[in-house]
Design a binder for this molecule. Structure first.
Ligand code: PBG
Ligand code: ZN
Length: 328
């Protein structure tokens, strides 16, 4: 071991070229996944109040957006749907002509070289806003899992490239894998929301997806924010059941979890920088309390440094533009 004055760590920090050469973590466009919200109608682009710069779009506008995303060099989008009709069973979630299924077909027909990931859950489609079928106020597990498998298959049939179950029911990855394989979709990967916390950071998303539960909350299926060992048990279950990519969500307040999950499994690992994380940076930036771009990049680099191979982020387009600018 060497000591000061032989050792001077600042030697590598004086020259910006050298700083670039010794940098350990580099954000790349290939790390980014852009979430999009699609709704029925035509020529609709409605900004979400609590998420400046994020929009609900009708399919025609969504397709144009996807072209722009691809042209920016972002490899993948993840789709969330706001259905025409909601009911107790979330029927539009697994309707072959549902909003997501139509959106996938439209994107696949017109946009080449862009992966379409679909979020699989029922909360956007149920009249009560819960992630599954209810018996009174209880969210039923196994009955919900069957519907999620049906939803996943209908996404694959419409042309989805990756299926991402976000519901946190027990056993859903195995059920989805089995259903996909049975229908001939052995090569469609599952990106499971393996470690998903019952987080306050989802607030703005529920405006965006119009999926706020009419009563209660999601604590009976999403994880307690205080738990870390349980994250390993959750990831374990999904890996055993056949998940190809495992996700930790949210990201910024759970860097320790991303690190642990990556260390433990060495699996392709995704992290979701969720709506509330985005909105806080945006809001403080708009007030000029922080430098939005700088904090955006810092937050994304931190998530990658913790161990994420890919990041779902509402900043994907801004980050891609930033990367173009600094690496020109
Ligand atoms: C659906 C789902 C949610 C998010 C992704 N998929 C909301 C929730 O669980 O309440 C949150 C994403 C975000 O906040 O950006 N289950
Ligand atoms: Zn849900």
């Amino acid at each position: 071991m060497s000591f000061y004055p032989t050792l001077r760590l600042r030697r590598l920090r004086y020259n910006p070229i050298l700083r670039d050469m010794v940098r350990e973590t580099e954000l790349q466009k290939n790390d980014l996944i852009y979430p999009l919200f699609v709704r029925p109608g035509e020529n609709i682009k409605t900004e979400i109040k609590s998420m400046p710069g994020v929009f609900q779009m009708s399919i025609d506008i969504l397709v144009k957006e996807c072209k722009e995303v691809r042209d920016l060099g972002i490899p993948a989008v993840i789709l969330f749907g706001i259905p025409e009709h909601k009911d107790e069973k979330g029927s539009e979630a697994y309707d072959p002509n549902g909003i997501i299924q139509r959106a996938i077909r439209a994107i696949k027909a017109e946009v080449k070289d862009l992966l379409v990931i679909t979020d699989v859950c029922l909360c956007e489609y149920t009249s009560h806003g819960h992630c599954g079928l209810l018996n009174g106020e209880e969210i039923l597990n196994d009955e919900t899992v069957s519907l999620l498998a049906k939803e996943a298959v209908s996404h694959a049939e419409a042309g989805a490239d990756i299926i991402a179950p976000s519901d946190m029911m027990d056993g859903r990855v195995a059920a989805i894998r089995k259903a996909l394989d049975y229908k001939g979709f052995q090569n469609i990967p599952i990106m499971s929301y393996a470690v998903k916390y019952a987080s306050g950071y989802y607030g703005p998303f529920r405006d965006a997806a119009e999926s706020t539960p009419t009563f209660g909350d999601r604590r009976s299926h999403q994880m307690d924010v205080a738990n870390s060992n349980e994250a390993i048990r959750e990831a374990d279950l999904d890996v055993d059941e056949g998940a190809d990519i495992i996700m930790v969500k949210p990201a910024g307040a759970y860097l320790d979890i991303i690190y642990r999950v990556k260390e433990e499994y060495q699996m392709p690992t995704a992290a979701y920088q969720v709506s509330g994380e985005y909105s806080m940076i945006k809001a403080a930036g708009q007030l000029d309390w922080i430098d939005e771009e700088r904090v955006m990049i810092e937050s994304l680099v931190a998530i990658k440094r913790a161990g994420a191979d890919m990041i779902l982020t509402y900043f994907a387009k801004d980050a891609a533009k930033y990367i173009d600018r600094i690496r020109k």
